[in-house]
Design a protein around this ligand. Structure first.
Ligand code: SAM
Length: 456
């Protein structure tokens, strides 16, 4: 790999005698890893586990994920192994009934990981400032199927207005991307010392802007996918000194070959491709100083039963419906966990929400047209629908939003499943079935293989 001269001059002394093996690793293959959504499926035949993440597995080769229906159904997420370290942090620092913010969340790798750690009384606000990326984030969160999530599209300074609201804030900061050199040639081309400086300044702005939203005593997880000290250890020091925080440690196993901080007095976790099976990554965990209760916005956690009486049959669309509040927004009906409904109102009053809870569907004439968010929800009541298991070819046709024909099936809405995992709805009208798969999610590639090997 042709590394920028300034990068070599800067990084070589940091790595010392490890430099040679580091450069060799950059010329090697990137490992492929996925994280299983255990609310939808099991890890089956996968056995090569990512040490710090129970649900993470390496694959022997990189398959064509686009043509695996389970990928589209939210059965798993393709995620770089090092960044799954957030699971180890949450295992140690997450507790029940938390409010978690993932500030720089698109496309959603870490948000879907966080969602797995939330109990039903916890809330995840998953934010992305760039609108087009926020749409992709919303799609991935919807596919993952957890109802206690809200996707927002705001600048960090706006989120900072939610004073003391969150118990955990993850800032997976936009960075100079040195850790992605092996995967992304663009990251090499864009790299410069000047860009490192700009990234550091931007990271500090983002951190300062969002800081008021973290409660005193709350936990900040700060991560980047870059190696330099400016964007990593030096920023961690800056957070301690300027914002007021103590550094926390994470329990790790020596065998995992995670490297420690490169600056004395700063505890952090570094991932180098020549030492472990993954890309470059940096993570530090900090606790906000101050009185536990100071600045915490008090919101009564009362159980809000359904405000509006949705006909009983529509309530039957989801499991445990008595634990949800049902309400309309822009013609569509939503269900949101009742114990978190007040928090949703607070978020609504301050932020721009793209998606929330479960979007059930909308009334059109006599029909209630079910939404994709319902099909992919982990709380979908399958018994409310006629269900049809389809083969791989039909599943791919459905995901390409092609016209389908199910003449031997009853008329009306049918939930299609593939390997027993819901894919979405069709409306069968007899001589054909209207494909309700979201237009913007469809598989665009026309190079469909004749068949694919099951990954799991
Ligand atoms: N956490 C994501 C995941 O695991 O899938 C990856 C996040 S990526 C490293 C950083 C994100 O920060 C990008 O989605 C980028 O659009 C966003 N970003 C860029 N500028 C930002 C800013 N000024 N404030 C907040 N986020 C920003």
């Amino acid at each position: 790999m042709n590394l920028p001269t300034d990068f070599v001059t800067y990084t070589k002394p940091l790595l010392g005698e490890q430099w040679k093996s580091f450069v060799e690793a950059l010329d090697g293959e990137s490992p492929t890893s996925i994280r299983i959504n255990h609310s939808k499926m099991t890890s089956g035949k996968l056995s090569n586990q990512v040490s710090w993440c129970d649900n993470g597995f390496y694959l022997d080769k990189r398959p064509q994920f686009t043509f695996d229906p389970l990928f589209h159904a939210g059965g798993y997420y393709v995620q770089e192994a090092s960044s799954m370290f957030i699971a180890r942090v949450l295992k140690q620092y997450a507790s029940p009934s938390m409010k978690v913010l993932d500030l720089c969340a698109a496309p959603g790798g870490k948000s879907t990981l966080i969602a797995d750690f939330l109990d039903e009384h916890s809330l995840l606000v998953s934010n992305e400032v760039i609108r087009s990326r926020a749409n992709i984030l919303s799609e991935n969160i919807t596919k993952w199927g957890n109802p206690n999530t809200i996707v927002t599209n705001n600048d960090p300074s706006r989120i900072g207005k939610l004073k003391g609201f969150f118990d955990i804030v993850l800032v997976d900061a936009p960075c100079s991307g040195e850790g992605m050199f092996r995967k992304d040639e663009g990251a090499v081309a864009e790299w410069s010392l000047e860009n490192v400086r700009l990234c550091k300044e931007r990271q500090q702005r983002i951190l300062a802007d969002v800081w008021p939203a973290l409660r005193s005593g709350g936990v900040l997880i700060y991560s980047t996918c870059t190696y330099n000290l400016e964007e990593n250890e030096q920023n961690v020091r800056w957070i301690c000194d300027e914002l007021g925080a103590d550094i926390l440690s994470v329990d790790i196993d020596e065998e995992w070959e995670i490297s420690s901080s490169l600056i004395e007095g700063v505890t952090a976790y570094r991932f180098f491709p020549h030492k472990m099976n993954g890309e470059g990554f940096f993570c530090a965990v900090l606790r906000k100083k101050g009185d536990e209760e100071n600045g915490v916005r008090k919101i009564k956690d009362k159980d809000n039963r359904s405000k509006i009486n949705l006909e009983t049959e529509y309530k039957n669309l989801i499991l445990n419906s008595d634990r949800f509040t049902f309400y309309p927004r822009n013609d569509k009906w939503f269900a949101f966990p009742s114990c978190l409904y007040n928090y949703l109102q607070t978020i609504k009053s301050e932020l721009n929400i793209l998606s929330e809870g479960i979007c059930l569907g909308e009334f059109k004439g006599k029909d209630f047209v079910p939404e994709q968010s319902l099909a992919l929800s982990n709380f979908l009541n399958r018994e409310a629908f006629v269900t049809l298991e389809v083969d791989w070819k039909t599943a791919i046709s459905y995901l390409r939003k092609e016209a389908l024909v199910f003449t031997d099936q009853p008329k009306g809405y049918i939930l299609l499943t593939y390997r027993n995992i819901p894919l979405g709805f069709v409306k069968n009208i007899g001589n054909r079935a209207n494909n309700l798969y979201p237009q913007e999610w469809r598989i665009r590639s026309s190079n469909v293989p004749d068949q694919v090997e099951n990954i799991i």
